[in-house]
Design a protein. Structure first.
Ligand SMILES: [Zn+2]
Length: 160
């Protein structure tokens, strides 16, 4: 999917620190390409229709190598979350307190994506008060293009 993270080269806030950005791999490249178009899509088996994540060549359910990229509604629920505490990388320490959420997708509850809950697509990572985080809270996807050019899904509360 994105097994390596690299510093965003032109993302140097006042701290001089860098946020990490995904580096798409071959299997995950379509996920990021669709995200750049504002679409959340999940690799789905063309034979048994089971979605799978992270992307990989072979279906773990029926072993088929045929797949498609199924568009999701972008709705889901917070399945889990953390509010990271120090020690943090400098770029993240500058943005604390922020959250990392695990979202289960409405159409595919076994598919869970890690991201950040924010107040709007381009808002700072710390734009949602951690006290507002709740397991089960309905969320919807939005997309944020990072300084390095990679577009990542982010999450908004359905009832802000
Ligand atoms: Zn299958």
């Amino acid at each position: 999917m994105a097994t390596i993270v690299a510093p965003a080269t032109d993302n140097r806030p006042e701290t001089g620190a860098e946020l990490l950005v995904p580096v798409p791999d071959e299997d995950g490249a379509p996920f990021w390409a669709y995200a750049a178009q504002g679409e959340l899509r999940v690799q789905t088996c063309s034979r048994c229709d089971e979605p799978r994540f992270p992307p990989r060549p072979c279906c773990p359910h029926c072993q088929s190598f045929d797949s498609r990229w199924q568009r999701m509604s972008g709705r889901g629920r917070i399945w889990s979350y953390v509010v990271p505490h120090p020690p943090l990388l400098p770029a993240y320490a500058a943005q604390a307190p922020y959250n990392a959420v695990v979202v289960e997708l409405a159409e595919a509850p076994r598919i869970r994506l890690v991201g950040n809950l924010v107040a709007s697509a381009d808002a700072p990572l710390r734009s949602v008060d951690p006290a507002r985080l709740r397991i089960g809270a309905p969320v919807k996807v939005t997309f944020h293009t990072m300084p390095g050019g990679v577009t990542v899904p982010r999450w908004l509360l359905e009832r802000p």
